[in-house]
Design a protein around this ligand. Structure first.
Ligand code: MCA
Ligand code: AMP
Length: 492
């Protein structure tokens, strides 16, 4: 046996003297240097007793070393578990309790606040900051010797990524080597990635988009990355002329369009802009083409499935659609109607939710079809359009927020009798989180829940009303609320 992912993504970097990453300050990391960091991180993991199947959880700033630790986890057969840097200790407590990682890496500045959480859940706590400093970094420096990757088959777990649930409890999506590699291979081929490409990488690496879609595809094809800690408008405008491909959430593209410096000349060296994670408005697609001459390629995926569909590279990239099912991915609309819940099946579909067989059974059919919860329709030529969501989910700036998680906290605030959390149109974030409360005081309620909840999950505004609108079954009519407050965050 070998190690499917390590052999394809990381092993080829050993000894490669060419540039792998260019950083925001202009410094570069060669393939060989990056491989050395992967090897050292793998040795450090082994020295901590981490063996195949152990979970390695990280809540660390994006940096070359942070990506090297992903490579190291893959190399030793550990299950990589990246966590949003915005999560509070209360949120981290849940993830560590559920996944029981042997190791938890966090930023040195957060170590004190997270020591109890790690200890309580049986994880060793070590640190790494964005400059490559911290107690885990020290172990990497001490580690030496050649790396021998642990054997892993295509069905072995490579990662667990948490995705929220409609009941308010996050679920860990188990992703195998095969899930990740099959998708990377298909996307690399479909989007014509090669060793000549330079990917502008400004996405976080704790989600599918930045970690798997972006990094895996670039690593697989031997290209370079301009590796930024996050989406910084100035850095992106400065570095775009050196890139050939960019991947982003719609907010990246609306922010660029809001800037007059972003024009045809600046995008002249680019061959491809990819968008996903949230709906790209057809008007953004058209405005982008008018400004740059580029038609953004929109694709559709989920944490549980990686990517499912993509607009074509050569063919018609249709605004407002997410394109065609990827090669090897089957897609159907459940229920027999024109519009219904999208279901997908293929080598990309995950292995189930970590230790939640009943949740897995609710969403993954025994014959392999996964129920996405997205409402879609397929036209005569096979183009898929997402028309809505059967699940109660808000996507804000590409991050998912399940209203239930926020409502549970709001309902517990003294004075608040009940709450309804909804997403409202927002010019920058696509949707922004908004709360409608019965009882209590709006500002005080938002302040009360803030320490528990990552900033992106917190409502941007709240109102207090006498009653929530309900249907005859007693269910809160969120569509009525969304309509009533739709202009709350409107531009201007
Ligand atoms: C930051 N803030 C946010 C968000 N991001 N609030 C709501 N939604 C967000 N997405 C908060 C900050 O904490 C800050 O709080 C305030 O908003 C203003 O921050 P700002 O500086 O404007 O934000 P930013 O740092 O520029 O971040 C915005 C961003 C970022 C660049 C759009 O959120 C981002 O990189 N999003 C990408 C998410 C992503 O990768 N999703 C892929 C998921 P305060 O007001 O207190 O200062 S994978 C997926 O969905 C599937 C599989 C798929 O298909 O890809
Ligand atoms: P997550 O579970 O965080 O990976 O988010 C997956 C969800 O993001 C999907 O179920 C969709 O609702 C949404 N999504 C991803 N890509 C797109 C897209 N291109 N258009 C519309 N929604 C999308």
């Amino acid at each position: 046996m070998a190690n499917v992912m390590y052999d394809a993504l990381f092993a080829p970097l050993a000894g490669r003297q060419g540039v792998l990453m260019t950083l925001a300050d202009g410094s570069v990391v060669t393939g060989a240097a990056f491989h050395d960091r992967v090897a050292r991180a793998a040795k450090a993991l082994t020295s901590l007793g981490i063996v195949k199947g152990d979970r390695v959880a990280v809540q660390i700033v994006k940096s070359p070393d942070a990506l090297a630790i992903y490579g190291a986890a893959v190399a030793v057969g550990a299950v990589f578990l990246p966590l949003n840097t915005a999560y509070t200790p209360a949120e981290i407590d849940y993830f560590l309790g559920n996944a029981t990682p042997r190791l938890f890496l966090c930023d040195p500045l957060k170590a004190e606040a997270l020591a109890d959480v790690a200890g309580r859940n049986g994880a060793v706590l070590l640190t790494l900051d964005g400059q490559g400093k911290g107690s885990f970094a020290d172990r990497m420096t001490e580690a030496g010797g050649d790396l021998v990757a642990t054997d892993c088959g295509s069905g072995d777990l490579a990662a667990i990524l948490y995705t929220s649930g409609t009941t308010g409890r996050s679920k860990g999506a188990m992703l195998t080597h095969r899930n990740l590699m099959s998708n990377a291979e298909v996307l690399a081929d479909l989007w014509r990635f090669s060793a000549q490409d330079v990917l502008l990488h400004a996405l976080p690496i704790f989600h599918t988009h930045g970690l798997f879609v972006a990094s895996n595809v670039a690593l697989l094809t031997g290209g370079q990355m301009i590796f930024l800690p996050g989406f910084d408008q100035e850095a992106v405008l400065r570095l775009l002329p050196q890139a050939t491909v960019m991947m982003g959430v719609p907010t990246f593209y609306t922010r660029l369009l809001d800037d007059a410096r972003f024009d045809r000349a600046l995008a002249g060296h680019m061959r491809l802009f990819v968008s996903g994670s949230a709906p790209l408005l057809a008007e953004t697609h058209r405005a982008f083409e008018a400004r740059t001459g580029h038609r953004i390629l929109e694709r559709y995926g989920m944490t549980e499935t990686n990517m499912n569909t993509s607009n074509p590279y050569d063919g018609d990239r249709r605004a407002g659609t997410v394109g065609l099912p990827l090669p090897g991915v089957e897609l159907r609309i459940a229920g027999g109607g024109e519009i219904g819940v999208i279901e997908v099946r293929g080598p990309n579909v995950f292995a189930g939710y970590w230790q939640m067989p009943e949740k897995t059974a609710e969403e993954l059919r025994p014959d392999g079809w996964f129920i996405t919860g997205d409402l879609g329709q397929v036209d005569a030529e096979g183009y898929v359009t997402i028309v809505g969501r059967a699940k109660d989910l808000i996507i804000t700036g590409g991050y998912n927020v399940y209203p239930k998680e926020v409502e549970l906290l709001l309902d517990a605030v003294p004075g608040v009798q009940e709450s309804a959390v909804i997403g409202l149109p927002h010019p920058d974030l696509g949707e922004a989180v908004f709360a409608v409360l019965v009882g209590g005081e709006a500002e005080a309620a938002l302040e009360a829940i803030a320490p528990e909840l990552a900033r992106f999950r917190q409502p941007r505004a709240a109102v207090v009303v006498a009653d929530l609108p309900r249907n005859t079954m007693g269910k809160v009519q969120k569509n009525v609320l969304r309509d009533q407050y739709k202009d709350w965050f409107a531009k201007g």
